[in-house]
Design a binder for this molecule. Structure first.
Ligand code: CTP
Length: 399
């Protein structure tokens, strides 16, 4: 593999030399990039000798005027070790004032980040918020170890062992492209059902689970079509976003884009009822009480179940009770291959949260419980199960 090793300016920079050696031993091509601060701790010559390549350091060197772009395009994985609090903050914000941070912005491959810093800097809410941003972007953070730090304090902040970082790189590179050739259609977010030109009915879905699924599938090499209700999230890099508002619009776009899809994930919280005839003008406060008469929306998942053909169809069941039972009922009644069930209403998971805790109910009869984790992590576990499930279903059909 072609790997960029970005070295940040911390006392742990010397350990990055050991990481470079390990990666070279595994026959990777390693291109080292050092920040100005990193060169205060270790000389570029160390990395040049270990990797057999000129170390990139200067954004303004004549020969490297656009090199950060070509280097970004030519490599598959960017490992940053040690990642200082400053580098992490710059990456989270998208600041690009040197070779490494500019290259990071231009880079579209897999990113592995191994932080190292003083324990108070590590625990600072700013650093933790920045790390969370990077995790949600799908980057792999190799947690620092706890122990005696160069500053004389004890606690988390020590760069992970080079062997541990190399192992994380190995794992990330293996799962990188296992969805190549797939087209994944994901629906996400709530729908809004208008009551008049200024009011609507909706629900608490933030879209975070669906966007995490879209991000994960794209990171693993799939073409991703993301049909999204109104949310406050930036679309993940590389996905084709199709914005919609109502259940009826979502249905229309789903069937318009179904053709090439091999996997369909219905993570959207689609409204079950709507006003089929929306007044043209704002409803006035003239009566003491009004009542709404609502009609059912089209059940997109059920229709997909009837028309899915060979596709893997994944539904969602957000429940406040009887989770497993309800998830299995929906799997059967809507002809899904998998239903992801989650309890909503509980704190710290489900709607609006970055975390989720789900069960996967499968057509094969199997049920898998995924413990509470970041939605981005849950998304990868769901896709791991999709691959297994498809193999099991093909084997059962003798294909
Ligand atoms: N769904 C859909 N179209 C609808 C309603 C729901 O495609 N009009 C999909 C959702 O995207 C989700 C799944 O159906 O994948 C489950 O949604 P939910 O509202 O929990 O299911 P319902 O069938 O409405 O079941 P119930 O209201 O009985 O819980």
């Amino acid at each position: 593999m072609k790997i960029i090793l970005g070295v940040g300016g911390g006392i742990a920079a010397y350990k990055a030399a050991e990481l470079a050696r390990l990666l070279m031993q595994e026959n990777h091509e390693v291109q080292a990039v050092m920040t100005a601060a990193a060169q205060e701790f270790v000389r570029p010559l160390t990395f040049a000798a270990l990797t057999g390549r000129k170390v990139l350091t200067d954004l303004f060197a004549i020969e490297s005027a656009i090199e950060h772009i070509s280097v970004a395009q030519e490599h598959e994985l960017l490992a940053i070790a040690p990642a200082t609090a400053d580098l992490i903050a710059k990456m989270a914000l998208g600041l690009a004032d040197d070779f490494l941070t500019t290259l990071y912005l231009a880079f579209t491959g897999t990113v592995v980040i191994a932080p190292a810093m003083n324990v108070n800097m590590w625990e600072h809410p700013a650093t933790q918020a920045n790390l969370q941003t990077l995790r949600l972007r799908g980057h792999r953070i190799v947690e620092p170890e706890s122990g005696y730090l160069a500053c004389g304090m004890t606690g988390p902040g020590r760069l992970a062992d080079p062997e541990t970082i190399a192992e994380a790189i190995r794992r990330e590179s293996q799962k990188r492209r296992d969805f190549e050739g797939e087209t994944v259609l994901v629906t996400a977010g709530p729908t809004q059902e208008p009551l008049d030109p200024v009011r609507y009915i909706s629900n608490r879905s933030s879209g975070k689970m669906g966007y995490a699924l879209a991000e994960a599938a794209a990171a693993r090499g799939a073409r991703v079509i993301l049909i999204s209700g109104p949310v406050h999230l930036a679309p993940p890099r590389g996905v084709e976003l199709v914005p919609v508002r109502t259940a009826v619009e979502m249905r229309e776009k789903v069937f318009e884009h179904l053709g090439p899809a091999s996997i369909v994930v219905k993570a959207a919280a689609v409204a079950d009822f709507h006003l089929s005839k929306v007044p043209d003008h704002k409803v006035k406060k003239t009566a003491a009480r009004i009542s709404l008469e609502l009609d059912p929306t089209p059940d997109i998942l059920a229709e997909l179940g009837r028309k899915k053909g060979d596709r893997v169809l994944i539904g969602f069941a957000a429940e406040t009770q009887n989770l497993a039972q309800e998830a299995r009922r929906k799997l059967d009644s809507k002809n899904c291959d998998m239903v992801v069930g989650n309890l909503v209403g509980a704190s710290e998971s489900g709607f609006e949260s970055d975390l989720n805790e789900v069960i996967l109910v499968m057509r094969t009869g199997e049920t898998v419980a995924l413990p509470r984790a970041l939605k981005r992590e849950i998304a990868d576990r769901i896709f791991d199960q999709v691959l297994k499930l498809r193999l099991a279903l093909h084997a059962a059909h003798g294909r």
